[in-house]
Design a protein around this ligand. Structure first.
Ligand code: NDP
Length: 458
């Protein structure tokens, strides 16, 4: 069945932070690449004229690197604005007028999740939802129950194939590269299993604290903010089976199936931490028990990954800002090698940010009589970061109806199931000094060999 291109983009919450920081720059980039030529209708309660809305978009583009005068002028010409309450039928009537016959609009709900139901109901009631698509942003609920409720709300107005859930991590170039590297290099697919892989480490470290977003962070914490979504998506990309086809449903099916194999966490496999000084941040409760650090050990069901631990460590106020995946293979065991200086395990290291590279750690022999060697790293790929911003990629994909990089309902629910046991059990919370790698208790999770600490920007 041919998939139709969206012929209008409607941005609810056009006055908000996400629109200003991410969406407008992405729209300019889409115009520059010739991926956007449809009306862009901002909707918000803020009483702006079209000129004021244009000025707001111009302000956003001026602040963002990569201002393109030609593209921004063209984008400005595509803009329309509708002001009004999200619960008022009159707002949707005005919106319908602005849509002026668009057959496949795409609605982007850049509003707080508490407003989703009101907006969806308005779209449904006024016939605006017909043959349309909808984009929502993470967080998709705060636990399994609220995620299921959100899915029910969305499904009441839109069929699943018209719902585009953005976890922008999936739109990142280096995350895409995890999949590409695996399936484009059968050499590695052959050893991509429990027989050859000892363990996997994924670290997402941030130097920054909560950067003035204490109130938001108090509602989330590290596990809800980045583990349940971004980190589990990375595990899914690392472990999913080859999709049955190149269509987006096959890719989503393979990713969702991988997420369904992640075993619900045992509270013993989690260490939570909070950096000293967090409780003094604006918007943070003086007795807050919210974690700014988490070290976790996941296991997957099934033979392919039997007993391979997937260690995840995320945290704020750590010594560097870097995200890295380390695949550690089993140590070689061969009688001709020197038993006193045995080779180290091979590894593959994916630097996802801020530098982007794929490196292969191997052993090579040192010159001399003995069969001893040294560790050498072959850098297989190096790039300077994202070429296409994830938001540009994802909005373009949603407009063309390509759901490959969007989270399906069952995938979101599977990810919540994996972390559910630790959201309800009160696991201890340990302090750590800013600029360290979190509380020492995190070492209990990883055992022999210890954590691999990535380097920051070079
Ligand atoms: P904002 O808090 O900036 O809200 C967006 C707009 O929604 C506001 O400008 C306001 O517009 C309207 N709004 C806010 N609160 C209410 C309310 N209580 N009732 C009715 N309208 C309200 O949100 P963000 O732009 O930060 O985020 C939008 C969505 O994206 C959210 O779902 C968020 O969770 C998600 N998200 C945001 C990220 C970010 O970096 N900001 C990152 C990842 C996800 P007006 O008053 O003019 O109608």
């Amino acid at each position: 069945m041919a998939v139709s291109q969206s012929d209008a983009l409607i941005l609810f919450g056009a006055s908000g932070d996400l629109a200003h920081r991410k969406i407008f720059p992405a729209l300019q980039a889409m115009v520059r690449r010739g991926r956007l030529d449809a009306p862009v209708i901002g909707v918000a309660r803020t009483q702006w004229s079209l000129e004021q809305f244009r000025a707001r978009v111009g302000e956003s583009l001026a602040k963002h690197p990569g201002l393109d005068v030609q593209a921004s002028t063209k984008l400005s010409g595509l803009l329309r604005y509708v002001s009004g309450g999200y619960g008022e039928t009159a707002t949707f009537e005005r919106l319908r007028k602005e849509l002026s016959g668009a057959a496949h609009p795409l609605y982007y709900l850049a509003v707080p999740p508490s407003i989703f139901a009101t907006v969806l109901e308005g779209l449904d009631k006024t016939g605006c939802a017909r043959d349309a698509r909808v984009v929502v942003e993470k967080p998709f609920g705060r636990d399994l129950k609220s995620a299921q409720a959100l899915n029910r709300t969305l499904r009441a107005s839109f069929p699943e194939q018209a719902i585009f859930r953005i976890d922008h991590y999936l739109g990142k170039e280096p995350v895409q590269n995890l999949l590409y590297f695996r399936f484009a290099n059968p050499l590695f697919e052959g050893v991509w299993n429990a027989r050859h892989i000892e363990r996997v480490q994924i670290t997402m470290a941030e130097r920054l604290g909560v950067a003035g977003r204490g109130r938001f962070y108090e509602e989330a914490g590290a596990i809800r903010d980045v583990v349940q979504n971004h980190m589990l998506m990375v595990i899914a990309c690392l472990t999913m089976m080859e999709p049955a086809g190149n269509d987006h449903e096959s890719v989503r099916e393979a990713r969702a199936s991988a997420l369904k194999t992640i075993r619900p966490l045992n509270p013993y496999d989690v260490v939570r931490g909070q950096f000293r000084g967090y409780r003094q941040e604006q918007g943070v409760a003086p007795d807050s028990r919210v974690e700014t650090f988490a070290a976790l050990r996941f296991y997957l069901d099934g033979d392919r990954w039997a007993n391979v631990p997937f260690y995840v460590r995320v945290g704020k106020r750590l010594p560097v800002t870097a995200t890295e995946v380390l695949i550690e293979f089993k140590r070689p065991c061969c009688p001709v090698l020197d038993e006193y200086e045995p080779p180290l395990a091979d590894y593959i290291r994916f630097q996802l940010s801020p530098n982007v590279s794929i490196a292969l750690g191997t052993n090579v022999k040192l010159p001399g009589e003995a069969l001893v060697g040294k560790r050498t790293e072959l850098v297989a790929h190096q790039g300077s970061g994202d070429d296409m911003d994830p938001y540009e990629r994802l909005i373009g994909d949603a407009m063309s109806g390509d759901a490959r990089l969007f989270a399906r309902e069952d995938a979101v629910e599977a990810a919540w199931r994996a972390v559910a046991p630790i959201l309800t059990s009160a696991t201890p919370l340990y302090d750590y000094e800013p600029n360290t790698w979190g509380p020492n208790e995190a070492d209990r999770i990883i055992g022999e060999g210890g954590w691999h600490n990535p380097q920051g920007a070079i």
